[in-house]
Write a protein that binds this ligand. Structure first.
Ligand code: ZN
Length: 345
């Protein structure tokens, strides 16, 4: 694969990301019928025939929304199943039902597609796929641990021959943390879960950028690694603090994430292009697969059967890529170990 074609693809992805249409307005919740429904529901607790428990609890007790919270167990409070949330959900379903009968396409509500909830889970498909990503990351990490600790020989000083062992361990921790919070966020989208999810994703992306630089340039000297780590980690930490405590800017965060993602994709692509690594095709596959999968984020389509939207399928697509990526990590470990042992002989 020529470097030119690779660059063209990257530019296409770049262009798509920064082009308008990515930032979602929500026409659904601007709809007067929907607004009227929510307003009515908050007063009566009912949408059509359907009357909602949290609203009833607050109306029966002649109290405002806040007080029923206090009577409910903690797990209900965590889910923030208040009257307004219930009303918004039921009104959205009713509105979408009638729009569907008129042959209209689904609308977004409060920044999200109209998902059908399963067991109170907001986006069941994204939760399931995040959990599967978590499982595949864990499997990859465990197989890596088994390889370095039980299958390959150690140096006389008890260290592994492979120079990047510790870096992959840390990578696994960032990945597991990020997928765990992704599952939680898609279960229930509230301010705190959103902030932790975004922060974890940024941290994971930042760390994998650091790993890409270290591996692609074969940085083995500790001091040189620190010189790479310092600016990357300083930037990532500053960005996370900015998001959480100053301004949660979706547009700016998207640009930061795309930039960090593209840099590491280019690094890996170029590295795979020039190196004689026996498993370089796996790097190509992950880079191009990852690039193609990003298109799902760009062409953000509404959920099929109320469940599978573009974002959920994007999470699905990263499952095989993750599997392949850990397979590359294991290959790299064996390849480097063999090379270093040969050198020693
Ligand atoms: Zn997600």
């Amino acid at each position: 694969m020529g470097g030119g074609r690779c660059l063209v693809l990257l530019w296409v992805v770049l262009f798509c990301f920064f082009s308008p249409g990515v930032i979602d307005g929500s026409p659904g919740d601007a709809d007067p019928v929907y607004r009227g429904c929510v307003e009515e529901c908050e007063k009566t607790g009912c949408v059509g025939e359907k009357c909602l428990h949290p609203c009833k609890a607050s109306l029966d007790g002649n109290t405002v929304d806040v007080s029923w919270h206090l009577k409910e167990p903690l797990y209900i409070r965590w889910k923030q199943w208040d009257c307004l949330s219930h009303c918004r959900y039921q009104c959205m379903l009713t509105r979408e039902e009638s729009r569907k009968k008129l042959g209209q396409e689904p609308d977004k509500y409060h920044g999200k597609w109209p998902f059908k909830r399963i067991f109170d889970i907001q986006e069941p498909a994204s939760v399931a796929f995040s959990a599967m990503n978590l499982a595949v990351q864990f499997h990859g990490w465990v197989s890596f641990i088994i390889l370095v600790n039980y299958k390959l020989p150690f140096r006389p000083n008890k260290n592994t021959y492979y120079e990047y062992t510790g870096l992959w361990h840390a990578y696994a921790l960032f990945a597991l943390n990020s997928w765990f919070w992704s599952a939680v966020f898609h279960m229930r989208d509230v301010d705190i879960t959103e902030k932790i999810d975004y922060s974890s994703a940024v941290a994971f992306l930042g760390y994998s950028l650091f790993l890409a630089v270290i591996r692609a340039f074969s940085v083995r000297v500790e001091a040189a690694r620190v010189m790479v780590a310092a600016p990357v980690f300083a930037f990532v930490t500053t960005h996370i603090l900015y998001l959480n405590f100053f301004f949660f800017d979706y547009g700016w965060n998207m640009k930061v994430c795309v930039a960090m993602g593209l840099i590491q994709m280019v690094l890996w692509a170029v590295w795979a292009g020039v190196s004689r690594h026996p498993s370089r095709w796996k790097v190509w596959a992950v880079v191009f697969g990852g690039g193609a999968a990003m298109l799902l984020e760009v062409y953000d389509f509404p959920p099929y059967w109320g469940v599978f939207d573009a974002h959920a399928l994007w999470h699905l697509s990263t499952i095989p890529l993750t599997y392949l990526w850990w397979s590359f990590a294991r290959d790299d470990t064996e390849f480097r170990t063999r090379a270093l042992m040969k050198k020693k002989d």
